[in-house]
Design a protein around this ligand. Structure first.
Ligand SMILES: [Fe+2]
Ligand SMILES: [Fe+2]
Length: 184
């Protein structure tokens, strides 16, 4: 398995699976800061993984945790706001033409800021809710549902710039980007 191959597990505890992806985000961000790395491939890989990961969380994980009272409605909504901010920063990175420009470096820095902030918060709130208030059996079911959705999105090349543009436009219509800005 190379650095840029996205793992496709088929089962596991949803908390462990999500954290494995978080680790991969961090590895890919480090590649994007390395001028000797294949940054175009790192960018495309991160785009696919970030979109598949977040969309699958919103569709499969957050609503179920909310129904189980493992997270609050506010925490769920806040997750959406932070995903929107990350996706907007991702779009700016995808719009940078070259990978050896100041524009690219600035976009990487902004994306890293948005992602790192969200990972920390998600692990401290949402994933702790899942650890404390959801049984191991349910975490396994959630893991499977999340992986299935994530895999389908990866098959659809969900990190393609046109799809990211569509997702960001939808977040703007829902007012999520404005909320993200007012929180900064
Ligand atoms: Fe996550
Ligand atoms: Fe997330």
């Amino acid at each position: 398995m190379t650095l840029f191959e996205i793992p496709r597990p088929v089962s596991g505890d949803v908390v462990d699976l999500i954290i494995d992806d978080h680790r991969m985000f961090e590895t890919l961000l480090r590649e994007l800061r390395d001028a000797t790395a294949d940054r175009a491939t790192a960018r495309a890989t991160l785009a696919n993984l970030l979109i598949a990961h977040g969309e699958a969380e919103e569709a499969e994980v957050y609503p179920r945790l909310r129904r189980e009272d493992a997270i609050t409605g506010h925490e769920e909504h806040h997750g959406h706001v932070e995903h929107a901010a990350g996706n907007e920063a991702l779009l700016a990175l995808l719009e940078a033409k070259g990978t050896d420009t100041q524009k690219f470096d600035s976009a990487v820095e902004k994306l890293a800021e948005a992602i790192n902030h969200h990972l920390g918060e998600e692990e401290q709130t949402i994933l702790n809710g899942a650890r404390a208030d959801v049984s191991a059996k349910e975490r396994a079911e959630l893991g499977q549902a999340w992986l299935t959705r994530r895999s389908k999105l990866l098959d659809q090349d969900c990190g393609d710039i046109e799809n990211v543009r569509r997702i960001v436009a939808e977040a703007a219509r829902e007012g999520l980007l404005e909320e993200a800005e007012s929180e900064e």
